[in-house]
Design a protein around this ligand. Sequence first.
Ligand SMILES: [Zn+2]
Length: 82
Amino acid sequence: MGVIPCYRADCDNIMCDRRGSEGNLCWECFDELVQRGPDVNIQDFMDTPRRPQEDKIDSYEYWNARFPLWDDRQQKGPGRLI
Ligand SMILES: [Zn+2]
């Protein structure tokens, strides 16, 4: 399989397996498109930069801190419950 760059703004994926009227789309952008639903304006979507990867990590750490895993909390949480 050759190099097929994603047509979305700021997306540097080069392994696209989807091809639509607006160009090639990688699976990550496709995944985001699916989450946005069928009403999204595809041209706006293609012009909008991809969600930065860091956002997902920040979000995970934020919520992970507020809802820590039960096991984790028992081991090193601030207040032991037992
Ligand atoms: Zn992409």
